[in-house]
Design a binder for this molecule. Structure first.
Ligand code: F6R
Length: 615
């Protein structure tokens, strides 16, 4: 959600680093982009509407040579995508330039005040107030101290921000600050960087320091000084990132989403392997204190957004019966405002691919504030994310970098993490029947192969897709644990192909959605062979009786028969406990092919961005 990159170098052009950083960060937002560098003590800025490629075209005509610069790729919150609203935002006389990720909640009040002081606003954004505020304090400071000016400016901001600021009056540095939105400082050789995430800088360095909420950093080409919210100088730990350039490559695939679907067998294998020790699940994969925490808990509350929420919904079908624990699942944006009651003994589980989702983090902070003795667990794909750094316990999924906006491998590895958690809890609590334990462990061993088999349906789904390219609506049905999979299938289809798709519990059909069913409304059913398959089949008959066209993703064992209105896509046979992890793969492939055949940009769907760091 908006990407920031900045470089402080000596005598070399910052632009190549800024542009390659922007390209890597484009997944965070892509409706406009811009750069600003300091040249001969003055700020020069170029912006453009659209993707980073548009900005690059402009920069071919107007070369910027400065060694210090900041850049931004935007996901619009305040104001339409336009050049005026694109970042960097400039203050009076171009003295200060700012890029920002987050939302300034008190921007209207600040704007009114600054306007009354004579500042002229040229954009509709909340960010522009930061440029004018920094300018205001810079001109109050006798030494024109940029660090001090930024410190004073951020004290006035309410909301979330990660910012990088440059000024012609301090041409050898960037001042950066964060609260609620991620920001990382990168250490190079006589070059220093700042970015929203490490992927922007992997060609430059693997040494990083994450800023904490309230930090302000002054970054020079060879040093960096960080002060915390109370103005005290602090040292933040240096980490070596494991992300490599290979993680960012398409490896011959057409799209990141396609590559990431094909990464799933390996991602699942790695996630399982890193949780095992001597052939058994190691409870410490959930954190050093996991065993003592898991022994104490009496209920589970799962909190997440989007696809991660669907993983949580599926987990409930495992955790409640097999670990014998009451388990609630909430969407983070609702949970944070519904005044929930906090119960002693609850384990709060936060799931997030990125670990930077604003609503999920807000819920974590709320739980820590309102119920300080509660236990918190993160299931996350990014080791140094705000989420994993904020919880007592953390399980890391090993999906590898996920770049496509539509989450695929992160989802299947989240499901694996939950299945492992169920087994661990069930064993500790002695609620997991031995034969089920064995079945799951055996199933986990062959799961990567089963997912591989599911990927072999690629050409079948490529052939099926044209039946949907002209459709505007579609229903997805599932029962039991396949219901969250139906929701996920619908989400994948709608977000990348823009076909309106809804997921329903099959049993709910006759309570409303059946009214929508006619020959123009395709109905997709997820029907691996589980205990509820029989019941699902009766629901499907209700669809056929209304001339609805059925597309059933079923295992051979269900013996569902094709007829002229029923198409059956055979998915690999797998134990019903593991079935959702396999069943979702053909739905991902299906959404992908429909979107590609409708000519959509599957990796960067309109209006969306990966890593939703604003509320
Ligand atoms: C959909 C998708 C989103 C994310 C959601 C939460 O394909 O990716 O729905 O799942 O924005 O993001 P994380 O998991 O990073 O918290």
């Amino acid at each position: 959600m908006c990407g920031i990159v900045g470089a402080v170098q000596k005598n070399t052009k910052a632009m190549p680093v800024l542009l390659s950083g922007l390209r890597a960060l484009e997944y965070r937002g892509y409706d406009s982009a811009g750069v600003a560098v300091i040249e001969n003590g003055k700020i020069e800025c170029v912006k453009s509407v659209g993707k980073v490629a548009e900005l690059e075209k402009k920069l071919k005509k107007r070369e910027l040579n400065g060694a210090v610069g900041i850049a931004h790729t935007r996901w619009a919150t305040h104001g339409v995508p336009s050049e005026a609203n694109a970042h960097p935002h400039l203050s009076h006389n171009n003295e200060v330039a700012v890029v920002h990720n987050g939302i300034i909640e008190n921007h209207e009040k600040l704007r009114t005040r600054l306007e009354s002081e004579g500042y002229k606003f040229v954009s509709d954004t909340d960010t522009e107030v930061i440029a004018h505020l920094v300018h205001h304090y810079l001109n109050l400071s006798k030494q024109k101290d940029l660090f001090e000016a930024v410190e004073k400016a951020v004290h006035e901001l309410k909301g979330a921000y990660a910012i990088a600021v440059i000024s012609g009056s301090a041409p050898d540095r960037i001042v950066a600050a964060r609260f609620g939105s991620p920001l990382v400082v990168g250490f190079g050789n006589e070059k220093m960087f700042v970015a929203s995430d490490v992927s922007a800088l992997i060609d430059e360095t693997n040494q990083f320091t994450y800023l904490e909420d309230g930090d302000v950093a002054e970054i020079f080409a060879d040093s960096c000084v960080i002060r915390n919210a109370s103005g005290k100088r602090v040292d933040r730990p240096m980490i070596t990132s494991e992300i490599s350039a290979a993680d960012m490559s398409l490896h011959g695939f057409q799209h990141y989403m396609q590559k990431e679907m094909y990464d799933q067998p390996q991602a699942i294998k790695s996630t399982i392997e890193q949780a095992m020790k001597k052939g058994e699940i190691d409870v410490r994969a959930f954190g050093a204190k996991a065993l003592s925490v898991f022994r104490k808990i009496s209920s589970i509350q799962i909190i997440a957004c989007g696809t991660s929420y669907h993983a949580g919904l599926a987990a409930r079908y495992w955790i409640e019966p097999l670990a014998d624990l009451p388990c609630n699942v909430d969407v983070a944006s609702e949970y944070r405002y519904r005044e929930p009651r906090f119960r002693k003994g609850t384990l709060y589980v936060f799931i997030s691919q990125s670990g930077e989702t604003a609503d999920t983090l807000a819920c974590l902070n709320m739980v820590k504030r309102e119920s300080p003795n509660s236990h918190t667990l993160a299931i996350c794909n990014v080791p140094e994310s705000s989420l994993t750094r904020g919880t007592d316990l953390a399980f890391l999924t090993r999906a590898g970098k996920e770049i496509g906006v539509a989450s695929t491998k992160a989802f299947t590895t989240q499901l694996v993490a939950f299945l492992l958690l169920t087994v661990v809890l069930g064993r500790i609590r002695r609620t997991l029947p031995k034969e089920i334990d064995k079945k799951i462990m055996k199933g986990l061993l062959t799961l990567p192969e089963k997912v591989e088999e599911a990927l072999e349906l690629d050409s079948t789904l490529h052939r099926l897709a044209p039946k949907f390219t002209e459709k505007e609506h579609c229903l997805f049905l599932g029962r039991g644990i396949e219901y969250p999979i139906a929701l996920e299938g619908a989400l994948k289809l709608k977000e990348i192909s823009y076909i309106h798709a809804e997921g329903y519990q099959a049993g709910e059909l006759k309570h409303g959605p059946l009214a929508l069913v006619d020959e123009n409304m395709p109905v997709i059913a997820v029907a691996p062979n589980d205990a509820l398959a029989g019941k699902l089949q009766s629901n499907l008959k209700e669809v056929r009786a209304r001339n609805g066209k059925l597309f059933i993703f079923a295992s051979p064992e269900t013996k569902i028969v094709k007829d002229e209105g029923t198409e059956v896509i055979l998915i690999p046979e797998v134990d019903e406990l593991l079935a959702p992890i396999v069943a979702v793969v053909p739905l991902q492939l299906f959404a992908y092919h429909v979107a590609v055949q409708r000519g959509k940009d599957v990796d960067k769907p309109r209006n969306l961005a990966k890593s939703v760091t604003v509320e």
